[in-house]
Design a protein around this ligand. Structure first.
Ligand code: NAP
Length: 346
């Protein structure tokens, strides 16, 4: 069975996903596209040689009979409406982050999906599909380093555009750590705090850079994430988990080691897309495969999207107050618990 996709938003990541579905992945086909800029959508159909209808808006695309799954890659504030329309029509959804721009919007999606009675939504938190994070999770789950006590992370970009704001360090950058870290240790966040170290001279006046975000989980694991988006040297993602019996690090991206001019060297990536290219492929392939084999997507859920929204809001508040802010999630609905989690609570 081929999963027939309708794409809402044919910008940068929309095109990337269309390209991977049509050229490198198996089992998907693009049959419909829409974008606020209709001309852009038409150009994409031509550019990729798609046999797809261009719809005037997300509602008409979702309603198209031959659309099985909706790929939401429009700008963030438009996601909620498209995801809700897809659930209402009983269609699968792969939604790029954010699921919705507010916690209330994410909760509406959670409630609509539970009312529908079956999981339809996967959120594009691709790091869970990165082989390095998968290995790190395996080391934690098999107790290789004992109980995790602390985590130290860095999320560094060489530089950012002038329109990048202090808040975007949370809403655009940290969101990936918020998702992957609670998945890594199987624990939810209890509180967050943000500290602003000495500002780099490379940041524009309106931007606080770097920032340190401290998060504490319910079981007491403390997490420090350095977000430094003008670090100059490259795109660098680091994660070190310190456990009771040892320490596990996210593997470095493989690179040729050179010996030259009395220096031992390895290159560091500069483009974030390169760093997670395989993970983007794997998340979409898993979305298609799991729908085919189990009838439901298997990746990050609407509830995960909600966790990220609530935790981001607490971080944004902490940026303002400088205080430790609590993260209040409420009980995870049984609908979103997998068998392993259910057996832990029985
Ligand atoms: P982009 O290049 O600006 O593309 C967004 C596209 O959606 C644009 O063509 C935009 O049109 C269109 N659009 C806006 N509102 C729409 C609506 N209501 N209906 C249909 N189309 C609409 O942005 P992008 O970089 O592709 O990002 C898209 C989303 O993916 C964002 O939410 C972003 O956070 C997420 N993203 C995730 C990752 C990741 O690592 N997982 C990476 C990149 C992006 P106009 O240009 O005319 O406004």
């Amino acid at each position: 069975m081929t999963l027939k996709f309708g794409v809402v938003g044919t910008g940068a990541i929309g095109k990337e996903h269309i390209k991977r579905i049509t050229s490198s992945l198996c089992g998907g086909e693009i049959v419909a596209v829409t974008d606020v800029n209709q001309l852009a959508a038409e150009q994409v159909v031509e550019q990729f040689g798609l046999n797809a209808v261009v719809y005037p808006d997300d509602k008409s695309l979702v309603a198209a009979e031959n659309v099985d799954a909706v790929l939401v890659t429009s700008w963030g504030p438009a996601h909620e409406q498209s995801v809700l329309a897809a659930i209402e029509a009983g269609k699968y959804v792969f939604c790029e982050k954010p699921l919705a721009t507010t916690a209330e919007g994410c909760m509406k999606i959670v409630e609509a999906e539970m009312k529908h009675g079956k999981r339809l939504v996967q959120v594009g938190f691709m790091r869970r599909y990165d082989s390095g994070y998968v290995q790190l999770k395996e080391a934690i789950d098999t107790h290789t380093i004992g109980e995790p006590l602390m985590i130290r992370c860095a999320h560094r970009n060489a530089k950012v555009d002038a329109n990048y704001t202090t808040e975007m360090a949370i809403s655009d950058t940290l969101v990936h750590e918020i998702d992957v870290l609670h998945w890594l240790v199987g624990d939810d966040y209890k509180s967050v705090q943000v500290v602003f170290p000495k500002r780099t001279k490379h940041a524009l006046d309106h931007l606080q850079d770097p920032q340190i975000i401290m998060m504490e989980t319910n079981s007491g694991i403390t997490i420090h994430v350095e977000v430094f988006v003008n670090c100059q040297y490259g795109y660098d993602i680091q994660c070190e988990v310190i456990g009771e019996e040892g320490v596990a690090n996210l593997p470095e991206v493989p690179s040729v080691i050179t010996r030259k001019n009395a220096t031992l060297g390895a290159s560091i990536l500069t483009d974030w897309k390169q760093r997670f290219m395989d993970a983007y492929d794997k998340e979409l392939q898993d979305f298609m495969d799991s729908i085919k084999t189990t009838g439901e997507p298997n990746g990050p859920t609407s509830w995960d999207g909600y966790i990220v929204a609530v935790t981001s809001d607490a971080c944004l508040k902490a940026q303002q107050t400088g205080n430790k802010e609590s993260v209040t999630l409420g009980e995870k609905p049984a609908f979103y618990k997998n068998e392993k989690e259910i057996s832990k609570t029985v």
